[in-house]
Design a protein around this ligand. Structure first.
Ligand SMILES: Nc1nc2c(c(=O)[nH]1)N[C@H]1C(S)=C(S)[C@@H](COP(=O)(O)OP(=O)(O)OC[C@H]3O[C@@H](n4cnc5c(=O)[nH]c(N)nc54)[C@H](O)[C@@H]3O)O[C@H]1N2
Ligand SMILES: Nc1nc2c(c(=O)[nH]1)N[C@H]1C(S)=C(S)[C@@H](COP(=O)(O)OP(=O)(O)OC[C@H]3O[C@@H](n4cnc5c(=O)[nH]c(N)nc54)[C@H](O)[C@@H]3O)O[C@H]1N2
Ligand code: SF4
Ligand SMILES: [Mo]
Length: 713
């Protein structure tokens, strides 16, 4: 063998052997499963393998989304350079040009129309550090009051309800590991089997222990496999269902009088309200027989322990806030909270859906769950940031209301970081039209998303494999996500982008950070003494553990179970609420006779920007569909697997029909992960919950028709 050949084979062997390991966390849902990407260099190309890593939340489990998350992060369509739109087409520009474009345009807009003419729109996939910095960026660098984020569409109803009832909003009041201790579990509008699959074993263990499961959903979902009792409820009527349960609990004497007296306020009003409730009326409204409501109430109330979980099915309604408050009433009047196996959980959605709602991305919020309208809170944060208190803006408006302000011309420039509102907003046609009116739209994304396509400037950001930071998972546990993969092209981290824009806007002194950890130090101080207190959490700790907040000092163990002794209101008591059955929601009519509800499938994530680019995930569900009961389909002459048009006053969408006996006959279900004609948000209703401004994504009245007219064929 010649020397050259030998060298060649040696090199080949070396290439084969060479592999790089990247420790990380899945970028998708709120469980934040830990994993490792193994990059094997095989001559000529790389091979990738993903292995789960042990962690106390999902105990080394991964779902298919985690297993394939690297496919989008490594995709050739990843943005690598800033893109500026010139004559309707994107051209590559340098970072200097991009930054100076922002400097000139944002400054001009603010000079002419005032500071509030620029809006900021964030997201729940940003790290804690970036979410915190985005809030500071809006208030200090841009001095605008208009900032909100996609979590408004996600956690706002449950967050507002927990704040009002408990005085504190943390997704789960108890550890996941307490689930097997609950003897009765209510799952309302939550499809955990498809949306947080790796926490299912906690529920399976409960099932093995003999727990009674009540699952409330208009569809028989994969999660319904757990159900001892499936409540196939008429969409939008959960508040009435709970009123029915409360009626039974009051009438049959299941109230925990001592708990109610010692730990709650508002019992007499609630009692009076429930006395007026007629069980038969609740049955009529919800489509659930009175005996079934009675049975559910008895099961939950008489179980020695119990937990209630809600998610977007009951929360993404125009009465989502009040509905959650009623579920909290249920836990409180039966004393099922603050003990092992007794509690409530709003199953958080996005990877950092919890942390992203704590540190200032919200319109009315300052870090650590502080309020931007509270003088003491303003003073404290102004001192941490080194700015005069009177210069901090006041509260702005919610995500969808920002779109309305854009349409009305009050907001002229928008900075989007980590969201794709053209696909994910209700009444998406309106939103698209509004965004086109902007004088200047800047989008920071991994891809040329449907929203980025409309932008004047698109900035490329790093993915989860490249961007270190902390995330707070559905349990309220802060996790550290390492990231060591090299960024492609000229990609920058979100936090670097914010610091650089602040610099060109003349505010660089407030944004002198050279690592995520440095930002976290400032976040710790900013959150200190707030409800979401991170002061005791450091990177050093996080490298070894996942810490529950509140954690006020470095020697504090973190708080796993909330409300053991008292609630977070100043008097320590929880607030019961009187919840009406009546509410404004789009009702079916002769012209629009079918309820449409929307949601998710296992293999896709949100607006689909990421999962539609992953061959392994996209191939499992290549297009949108409409789940429809065969009896309903027959009535509207819709064949199985046929293209169907769904229409409301707001617009139309076209998807393929999918027969299923698992859905109610008055309702169809369409997932929202697709764009263009398939985007179901073109028909959804933009009515907002008056308390928290959550859109009613989960219900609208539509007309459906086969695109092929069967009569004519
Ligand atoms: N695979 C996957 N997982 C995800 C996501 C994803 O996009 N894909 N997204 C993540 C995010 S951000 C979120 S917010 C969570 C969402 O998690 P979930 O809220 O569990 O998901 P959805 O599918 O939106 O809605 C849950 C269920 O509500 C039901 N529903 C609809 N209307 C009603 C109603 O009126 N009453 C009741 N009781 N139920 C109703 C639907 O049929 C559906 O099964 O998932 C997270 N995990
Ligand atoms: N009809 C209907 N509509 C809904 C819902 C529903 O149930 N039904 N659910 C609502 C809910 S719960 C949610 S959470 C919203 C979510 O809706 P979106 O906010 O639109 O969700 P994503 O698809 O995650 O959009 C995130 C965008 O940011 C990019 N991105 C990902 N990671 C990063 C990052 O680290 N930095 C930056 N700068 N960009 C990043 C992605 O490529 C993507 O383009 O949708 C809401 N819309
Ligand atoms: S999508 Fe959620 S459950 Fe699945 S691997 Fe990722 S973090 Fe875990
Ligand atoms: Mo969400």
């Amino acid at each position: 063998m010649t020397k050259e050949l030998l060298r060649y084979f040696r090199q080949k062997q070396k290439d084969h052997a060479s592999e790089t390991l990247f420790d990380t966390q899945c970028p998708f849902c709120s469980v934040q499963c830990a994993m490792q990407l193994i990059e094997e260099r095989v001559v000529g190309r790389n091979r990738y393998k993903v292995v789960p890593k042990d962690n106390p939340t999902s105990n080394g489990r991964l779902c298919i989304k985690g297993l394939h998350a690297h496919q989008h992060a490594l995709h050739t369509e990843r943005l690598q350079f800033p893109l500026l739109k010139r004559n309707g087409r994107f051209v590559r520009v340098s970072w200097e040009e991009a930054l100076s474009f922002i400097q000139v345009n944002f400054k001009n807009i603010q000079k002419e129309f005032g500071n509030d003419a620029i809006g900021v729109y964030g997201g729940g996939s940003l790290t804690n550090e970036e979410a915190y910095l985005l809030g500071k960026f809006a208030r200090v660098a841009l001095k605008t009051k208009y900032i909100d984020y996609n979590g408004r569409y996600c956690m706002s109803a449950a967050a507002a309800a927990m704040n009002a009832t408990f005085g504190l909003d943390r997704g789960l009041t108890n550890k996941l590991s307490e689930i097997p201790h609950a003897r009765c579990i209510i799952l309302a509008g939550t499809n955990i089997a498809e949306c947080q699959p790796t926490i299912m074993p906690y529920f399976h263990q409960a099932k093995k222990n003999g727990t009674f499961f009540i699952v409330i959903d208009p569809r028989e979902t994969a999660t319904c496999g757990l159900a001892d009792l499936h409540i196939k409820i008429k969409p939008g009527t959960d508040a009435a269902f709970v009123n029915g349960m409360l009626k039974v609990i009051f009438a049959e004497g299941y109230v925990d009088e001592q708990f109610v007296k010692e730990r709650t306020e508002g019992y007499d009003e609630l009692k009076k309200h429930i006395e007026q409730i007629q069980l038969d009326e609740m049955a009529e409204m919800t489509g659930i027989a009175p005996e079934v409501i009675q049975f559910a109430a008895r099961q939950y109330a008489t179980a020695p322990t119990g937990m209630i979980f809600t998610a977007r099915g009951v929360e993404q309604q125009t009465n989502g806030y009040m509905t959650v408050r009623n579920f909290l009433n249920l836990a409180l009047v039966t004393g099922k909270i603050g003990k092992i196996g007794c509690g409530y959980g709003a199953i958080t959605g996005q990877g950092n859906g919890q942390g992203g709602r704590e540190h200032g991305q919200k319109a009315d919020q300052l870090p650590g769950y502080r309020s931007i309208e509270n003088p003491e809170h303003r003073k404290y944060i102004a001192s941490v940031w080194g700015v005069p208190e009177e210069e901090l803006p006041r509260k702005g408006v919610s995500a969808y209301e920002m779109m309305q302000k854009i349409d009305e011309g009050e907001i002229k420039g928008l900075f989007v970081m980590g969201s794709n509102p053209v696909v994910s907003s209700p009444n998406a046609r309106f939103v698209k039209r509004a965004l086109k009116k902007l004088q200047c739209l800047v989008v920071v994304d991994l891809f040329l998303s449907e929203t980025a396509e409309l932008a004047d400037l698109v900035l490329p950001t790093s993915s989860y494999l490249e961007d270190e930071g902390t995330m707070t998972n559905l349990e309220g546990r802060v996790t550290w996500r390492p990231a060591s993969r090299k960024r492609p092209g000229e990609v920058k981290h979100d936090w670097e982008i914010l610091c650089e824009i602040a610099r060109v806007l003349g505010k660089g002194d407030y944004f002198r950070f050279s690592s995520a950890e440095e930002i976290f130090h400032e976040l710790r101080v900013a959150s200190r003494g707030g409800l979401a207190d991170y002061y005791g959490i450091t990177y050093e700790r996080l490298r070894n553990e996942r810490v529950y907040w509140p954690c006020p000092s470095p020697d504090h163990p973190g708080t796993a179970r909330l409300f053991e002794q008292s609630f977070a209101h100043p008097d320590g008591k929880a607030r019961l609420a009187v919840v009406d059955n009546e509410y404004q929601k789009e009702q079916t009519t002769e012209q629009y006779p079918i309820y449409v509800t929307t949601g998710r499938v296992l293999s896709h994530y949100l607006s689909g920007t990421q999962t539609r680019r992953s061959p392994a995930l996209a191939s499992r569900q290549i297009e949108a569909f409409m789940e429809i009961h065969p009896n309903t389909a027959k009535k509207y002459k819709i064949e199985n697997n046929a293209l169907v048009k769904l229409e409301t006053k707001r617009g139309a969408a076209v998807v393929r029909s999918k027969y299923s006996y698992k859905i109610r006959e008055d309702t169809v279900f369409v997932p929202f992960h697709w764009s263009g004609k398939q985007n179901i948000n073109q028909i959804t209703d933009d009515a907002l919950d008056p308390h928290c401004k959550m859109p009613g994504f989960k219900i609208c009245a539509a007309r459906i028709s086969s695109i092929v007219d069967l009569e004519k064929n």
